[in-house]
Ligand binder design. Structure first.
Ligand SMILES: [Zn+2]
Length: 347
């Protein structure tokens, strides 16, 4: 057709064409998640994520030689409460045995842990979170893949790009400045700490990324048995509140703040999908979605599309799809299956 209009269409890296994606995770799953973190998450409308230890549910952590002592893990009822509020749970092993020991039973730590947590919560457990150091990471990987996880939360430089590896999702503590505390350790809790987070979260350097933030305990006062090594991996309620506030304030409606599973499922769906212009005329164009090789256990079906087009409307099966113009492109989010056709028209 001579007067066909040139159009280009693509699936956006993140849902809703978000320019920044944020998830907050808590390793261990201690009870402060309910009394301290949860109300703050509710206030900012950002769900949280707990990486918990299936063999320790409801118990107090007393082992010597660990970096965290005298704190209680949540029990199954408490986990289910958070799940009912939109939170999600991943496995952080069954026993949290030190990873520098030999002879670790990975079938227990990785596969059975998934089963135990699913039984305790009544929900699928889709992610595994490495515990300890990464010394045995390459041994855990095939066990986690065979056990049916969809991905793994790892440790590393925390800004995930859209081509991140679902089996190596970066997380790192964006540290608190503890220098003042170390000079006066007996007197201070977080009085001397300054959160480095607002300084790190700059639009120029983080646009397009997914940050999986991490904390352990969220309290004003850690049990005295815990030393400085733990301080920098925890935060106070006021630091958490300031972080979530900052994320929303900086990114506004360009933010997608959600649990890690939502992001992984969007990614798996996006990577199994493609979209192409299959018909193009003077007043309309058709874009067809192909879906190929999607894992059976992925439940997400919505993708976001962005099209360079002179037209402002998208329909599927004759029904209008909610869409908006952003910087001269048409953006819409809709459910897809293999063969879904979007028709773009002027009116
Ligand atoms: Zn841990």
């Amino acid at each position: 057709m001579n007067d066909a209009t040139e159009i280009q269409v693509e699936i956006t890296p993140w849902k809703y064409d978000a320019q920044f994606v944020y998830s907050m995770t808590y390793d261990e799953g201690t009870i402060d998640a309910i009394c301290n973190s949860f109300p703050i998450h509710e206030e900012h409308d950002i769900p949280g994520h707990v990486c918990t230890v299936s063999g320790h549910l409801g118990q107090q952590r007393l082992e010597r030689g660990t970096s965290m002592r005298e704190v209680f893990y949540m029990n199954p009822e408490q986990l289910r409460f958070l799940i009912g509020k939109g939170w999600t749970i991943s496995s952080h092993s069954h026993t949290h045995v030190p990873t520098d020991q030999d002879g670790i039973d990975l079938d227990l730590e990785v596969r059975l842990s998934k089963w135990e947590l699913e039984k305790a919560t009544g929900q699928p457990v889709r992610l595994f979170a490495y515990w300890g150091n990464l010394r045995i990471a390459d041994k855990i990987l095939p066990v986690a893949q065979a056990a049916g996880y969809q991905g793994m939360l790892s440790i590393g430089y925390p800004w995930n790009t859209s081509d991140y590896d679902v089996w190596d999702i970066m997380r790192a503590t964006i540290g608190r400045d503890l220098e003042g505390w170390l000079q006066e350790p007996s007197a201070s809790l977080y009085r001397h700490t300054r959160d480095a987070f607002p300084g790190e979260l700059r639009k120029e350097t983080t646009r397009g990324h997914w940050l999986v933030d991490i904390s352990h305990i969220v309290v004003d006062r850690l049990p005295a048995a815990n030393g400085p090594g733990l301080w920098n991996r925890c935060m106070t309620p006021s630091i958490l509140d300031a972080r979530l506030r900052e994320v929303r304030a900086l990114w506004g409606n360009e933010l997608w703040a959600t649990v890690p599973e939502d992001v992984v499922e969007y990614t798996l769906l996006r990577r199994a999908s493609s979209v192409a212009v299959t018909a193009n005329g003077s007043d309309r164009a058709t874009c067809t979605v192909s879906l190929n090789g999607l894992r059976d256990d992925v439940t997400a079906r919505e993708l976001t599309f962005r099209a360079q087009t002179p037209w402002r409307n998208a329909t599927v099966n004759g029904r209008a799809v909610s869409s908006q113009m952003k910087d001269g492109t048409l953006v819409w989010t809709a459910a897809v299956e293999d063969g879904t056709e979007f028709v773009l028209t002027a009116s």
